[in-house]
Design a binder for this molecule. Structure first.
Ligand code: EPU
Length: 428
């Protein structure tokens, strides 16, 4: 069992390069199913969620060539199965994208319900509504989502709730459907635009991605492509907070500054200096952060996936801040861990009241989900003493080489193997 060990107190200084976006990669990789020719995908992050999807593609019959750390070539022509059993799908949320992709390829899909981080109930009713609009019959039986259509025919779907997953899944199912599909109240996240650009690079006809109305005119055939995934907005934001929380200065490279605007605005509000370049941002912080209020919202609002990291920064702010979670019902589970380190945070439903303290103290804590794990690292970087973080497999799902990247800019952070005393006894 591995843990991450952080000795806090070092001010971070230097340059850190951001990898490809996880939430774009986990949509783009299943999308190759819609094509029968080789797709070369670049700037793929080296994270376990991506490994799981690549493995699924391989097990479904694709041939996969890993060119280097961030480039993969996938030939999906050998895929002939529309089934994704629980052993493959429950490891991650994005496995639900195989429903849309398989429907698009085979007019049918049989996929076990997806897993992923636990933020309370994670329904897929809006995905199903979209598939049904395209003419599919969707049932859930034997623990599997079953979708079938004689023929997929475009239609208009209004999402009752802005959903990244439903927007992606409906796009995937609609790309080769007959006629025009319109998604209204669509999600506008950068990874939605990236997926549309990827599909269009293969000959799809998608317009409006990045706005709340996306129009997809079905095409018969998608051809091979070479495509580079956009930089990860949330990884970049996490390093921006790492600079701020340590009173340091980081040049964060390989980013799209426009995607970081809501994060930059809040960091400036708490007293950080942000300088924007074409493909980089410099974040510098002197002194203690000021308090501020934050509401997480779908893009272009402040991202929910930055909520635990921002709460951690505000835990050290001068004054009382209010963090309101506007996307998920239950995304404050990590707060118990933060309070073990001396943070003063009171949660009532979707609102956290954060009374800033002057310092955090190291403690053994655990990652309760992916971004919560990143928040524990940030808390550890700022805390007095040695923080030991457990359950780090959550962090590895979405952060490419985070320990190496932070060490290179001055953090005292490493992975350490721990033998569980129960396992040791069993071995004897
Ligand atoms: N929702 C419904 N019905 C649906 C789908 C969603 O009510 O059919 C609700 C959800 O319960 C939630 C809200 O709509 O309250 C938004 O959910 P969304 O579908 O947008 O989330 P998701 O697609 O499951 C993706 C990211 C999450 C990120 C959210 C919101 C991926 C693989 N995951 O999840 O990322 O929090 O969008 O931006 O893209 C992360 O990276 O740490 C992460 C959790």
């Amino acid at each position: 069992m591995e843990k991450i060990i952080v000795n806090g107190g070092n001010r971070l200084k230097g340059e850190v390069s951001v990898s490809g976006a996880k939430n774009a990669a986990v949509a783009i990789l299943p999308a190759v199913l819609l094509c029968d020719e080789i797709c070369r995908i670049e700037n793929v992050p080296s994270i376990s969620d991506v490994n799981v999807i690549v493995r699924i593609l391989y097990e479904l019959g694709a041939s996969v060539k890993v060119i280097d750390n961030s480039t993969v070539e996938i030939d999906p022509s050998g895929i002939n199965s529309f089934m994704l059993p629980a052993s493959m799908s429950t490891k991650m949320r994005a496995s639900s994208y195989f429903i849309g992709a398989m429907l698009g390829r085979f007019n049918r899909a049989k996929v076990a319900p997806p897993g992923g981080c636990d933020f309370g109930v994670r329904p897929i009713d809006q995905h199903i509504k979209g598939f049904e609009t395209l003419g599919a019959t969707v049932t859930i039986d034997g623990g599997m989502v079953n979708a079938y259509a004689k023929e997929l025919i475009g239609g208009s779907v209004y999402l009752d709730k802005v959903s990244v997953g439903a927007t992606v899944n409906i796009m995937l199912a609609a790309v080769k459907a007959k006629g025009l599909t319109v998604i209204e109240n669509a999600a506008r996240e950068p990874h939605i635009v990236d997926l549309a650009n990827f599909l269009n690079s293969m000959g799809a006809d998608i317009m409006g991605a990045g706005t709340n109305v996306i129009k997809i005119r079905g095409v018969n055939y998608l051809h091979s492509t070479t495509y580079s995934i956009i930089p990860d907005q949330i990884e970049a934001g996490t390093y921006m907070i790492a600079a701020a929380i340590t009173g340091g200065e980081l040049l964060i490279k390989n980013v799209i500054p426009k995607h970081l605007e809501s994060i930059s605005a809040k960091l400036e509000e708490v007293g950080a200096t942000i300088e924007e370049f074409d493909e980089a941002v410099r974040v510098k912080m002197d002194g203690r952060p000021k308090c501020c209020n934050v509401l997480t919202m779908p893009h272009p609002g402040f991202p929910t996936d930055m909520q635990p990291q921002m709460t951690t920064l505000l835990a050290l702010a001068d004054g009382v801040s209010i963090m309101t979670e506007g996307v998920w019902d239950n995304r404050f589970k990590y707060v118990d861990q933060l309070t073990l380190m001396g943070a003063k945070v009171k949660v009532d439903g979707k609102v956290a009241v954060i009374t800033g303290v002057e310092f955090l103290s190291a403690a053994p804590v655990r990652a309760t989900d992916l971004r919560a794990g990143a928040a524990m690292i940030l808390a550890g970087l700022a805390a007095d003493g040695q923080t030991e973080i457990d359950n780090i497999e959550f962090i590895d799902r979405g952060y490419d080489n985070i320990v190496e990247k932070l060490s290179a800019v001055g953090a005292d952070i490493k992975r350490r193997e721990f033998i569980d005393p129960n396992e040791r006894r069993a071995a004897i």
